[in-house]
Design a protein around this ligand. Structure first.
Ligand SMILES: [Zn+2]
Length: 63
């Protein structure tokens, strides 16, 4: 079953909040999300824990 939730994170470049859809069918995924405000690429790591809670980690792509 495909389940998606809208999650929020903070842009590591400009600090603006960003909302994104997270797919719960994968325990762990990484991808690049462009900030809606400053348009810079954010490396996003998404983990879904055993309680189906989403853990987001946002990093700058140029670290
Ligand atoms: Zn930004």
């Amino acid at each position: 079953m495909l389940r998606e939730t809208e999650e929020r994170l903070r842009c590591p470049y400009c600090g603006e909040p960003i909302s994104m859809l997270v797919d719960h069918s994968l325990d762990w995924q990484t991808y690049i999300e462009d900030c809606e405000v400053c348009c810079r690429p954010i490396n996003v790591t998404v983990r879904i824990d055993a309680d189906d809670r989403v853990r987001l980690d946002a990093r700058r792509g140029d670290d």
